[in-house]
Ligand binder design. Structure first.
Ligand SMILES: Cc1cc2nc3c(=O)[nH]c(=O)nc-3n(C[C@H](O)[C@H](O)[C@H](O)COP(=O)(O)OP(=O)(O)OC[C@H]3O[C@@H](n4cnc5c(N)ncnc54)[C@H](O)[C@@H]3O)c2cc1C
Length: 524
């Protein structure tokens, strides 16, 4: 089986084997929920279509700085592409190549219309440097890609050159230092299986196929956050190929600004990451508690949950789901804790809320079974969705009433949606706010607005989902302090994701990518 075929067993092929619903249920379990809003064709690319593929124009809102000397660069010829392919260990897959469709698509089929010029499947940092040099020579839009789960399709683009790092997926563990070195293109389930062989783990999100690079660069929310911090908090260094073609080792002692920016500053901004180094923690069996409550008591459940996630042991994590499904509504909590502690944690949560759950389920899983349970399996099917986020500083009474109303409104129109609150409490708050680019360390939770869609949804369906998300933003505008960069949405100002860190991120970007090689509507 070729490397590409092997990789596809994890994503595209699954599409034919697994039902869409299965994926959607798995995702909604813990907050492993996707969600972009349908970008227009222009939004998926930083340039308009031109036969040569040379960068000629950018849509509104895209900040590019094309140097005059290269603005008129002729596009690459077939011989140029061949030379690029011969200069790298990986592969260059171009339009009209038989497997182009396989390699160009992202997790969310809503971005299937994007037709890159080529996907460079880079096998090493040297390959990445060659691809960047090629892009610069012909002034081509360049997009890094790892797992392909961007909510806005930021890792593709019509007429862009995609630098795909999924061939770099090796996971190595050094028992002496207890550090893991992870290829930037490794999927999260692969990371967990490799590290679990050594009894170790890193904090990650729950979706099995999300890429290590994309997740980490934006922060990384998941069930270990309260005990071990964000995925990016476990990062001790990375290897980054920058626009000048240099391969830089970035850590606390080298390129410190880039190290700061790479922990929460978001993917795609500063270059192409080829590997990431993390401190690890012991992989332990997990306890689970799943609690459902009467919908009519949702405000009390929200208030109680908000108190509990500030005071419960750090080894316990719990998120809260408000769901609308075909006209009905539900409120539930998914908790993860030390194996053996699940009954006590379920009881403590109910005590704090002051209401008995209408259904309660507690159980234990070995570490990897727990990872699979959270992720809905060891892989995930491609799924269409629209989503967005807000960040909450607290849970004032008014908000606890507004959130269920937003969901009830969707249900009243027969629609389905999920509102998922993930806690930012515990270890996330241990670091000073300015320690990394991730700005939300003194806050209660992220809230994700998620609408699952048919695989290839009609525009009206997408628009209805986007309207509901837009309405949700407006409804809580008074209490939202921002949004989570890994749940990007079109049309949202970048300041919403970065807060006061945006100015520093822009300074770093200007230094390391002065000609905007990696610039798009979604980069700083
Ligand atoms: C089904 C699903 C479940 C999710 N669950 C969670 C979750 O539990 N917790 C959570 O925090 N987030 C979650 N997310 C959000 C996810 O973290 C982000 O979408 C993340 O950016 C995806 O990374 P990726 O590598 O898979 O995506 P990609 O689309 O490949 O990349 C995302 C961004 O990073 C850039 N990028 C990719 N590779 C590189 C690289 N090597 N160097 C530099 N930049 C790069 C891309 O250009 C793009 O801008 C989920 C998303 C989905 C779709």
């Amino acid at each position: 089986m070729s490397g590409r075929s092997a990789r596809l067993t994890g994503m595209s092929r699954e599409l034919t084997r697994r039902r869409l619903l299965q994926g959607a249920v798995a995702l909604s379990l813990t907050g492993c929920t996707p969600g972009p809003t349908s970008p227009s064709r222009e939004q998926t690319s930083a340039r308009t279509k031109a036969p040569t593929g040379a960068r000629t124009a950018a849509p509104t809102g895209v900040r590019t700085a094309t140097p005059p000397s290269v603005a008129a660069a002729p596009g690459p010829t077939r011989a140029d592409w061949r030379a690029l392919a011969e200069s790298i260990d990986g592969e260059v897959v171009r339009r009209f190549d038989a497997d182009f469709d396989e390699v160009r698509v992202l997790f969310n089929p809503r971005f299937d219309r994007a037709e890159p010029l080529a996907v460079v499947e880079a096998a090493s940092a040297a390959d990445v440097a060659e691809a960047i040099a090629f892009s610069r020579r012909f002034d081509l839009v360049t997009r890094p890609r790892a797992g392909g789960h961007s909510y806005v399709g930021a890792s593709t683009g019509s007429d862009a050159v995609i630098i795909d790092v999924r061939r770099m997926h090796r996971v190595r563990y050094d028992a002496g230092s207890r550090l893991a070195t992870v290829g930037a293109g490794a999927g999260l389930y692969a990371v967990h299986t490799a590290l679990a062989r050594n009894g170790r783990s890193i904090p990650t999100g729950t979706c099995p196929t999300v890429g290590a690079a994309g997740l980490t660069l934006g922060g990384g929310l998941g069930v270990d956050n309260r005990q071990h911090g964000l995925t990016s908090d476990a990062l001790v260094g990375l290897t980054l190929v920058t626009a000048d073609g240099r391969t830089r080792v970035v850590d606390a002692d080298h390129h410190r600004d880039l190290f700061w920016a790479s922990r929460g500053g978001g993917g795609g901004n500063f270059g192409v990451v080829t590997s990431l180094r993390y401190q690890t923690h012991a992989a332990r069996p997990m306890g689970f508690f799943l609690l459902s409550f009467p919908w009519g008591r949702a405000p009390a459940v929200l208030r109680g949950w908000a108190r509990r996630v500030r005071s419960m042991p750090r080894s316990t994590w719990a998120n809260l789901h408000l769901d609308a499904s075909s006209g009905s509504t539900s409120v539930r909590i998914v908790g993860v804790c030390e194996a053996g502690d699940e009954d006590a944690q379920a009881a403590a949560m109910q005590r704090e809320i002051g209401i008995d759950a209408t259904s309660e389920s507690t159980f234990r899983r070995s570490f990897l079974d727990g990872v699979r349970f959270l992720g809905g399996g060891s892989t995930s099917a491609r799924t269409s969705f629209a989503a967005g986020s807000d960040v909450l500083a607290g849970m004032p009474d008014e908000l606890a009433h507004t959130l269920p109303r937003i969901v009830a409104r969707r249900a009243a129109h027969g629609g389905s949606a999920a509102v998922i609150l993930d806690p930012l409490t515990g270890a996330v708050g241990d670091k000073p706010v300015d320690a990394t680019a991730f700005p939300w360390r003194r806050h209660l939770a992220t809230v994700q607005w998620y609408v699952g869609l048919p695989l290839h949804p009609p525009t009206t369906t997408v628009r209805a989902a986007q309207d509901w998300i837009g309405g949700a933003h407006r409804a809580i505008a008074g209490t939202s302090v921002g949004a989570y960069i890994n749940y990007l949405e079109p049309g949202r100002p970048l300041a919403a994701y970065y807060g006061s860190h945006l100015a520093r991120l822009r300074r770093i970007k200007a230094e390391v990518d002065p000609h905007g090689i990696f610039s798009s509507a979604y980069t700083v």
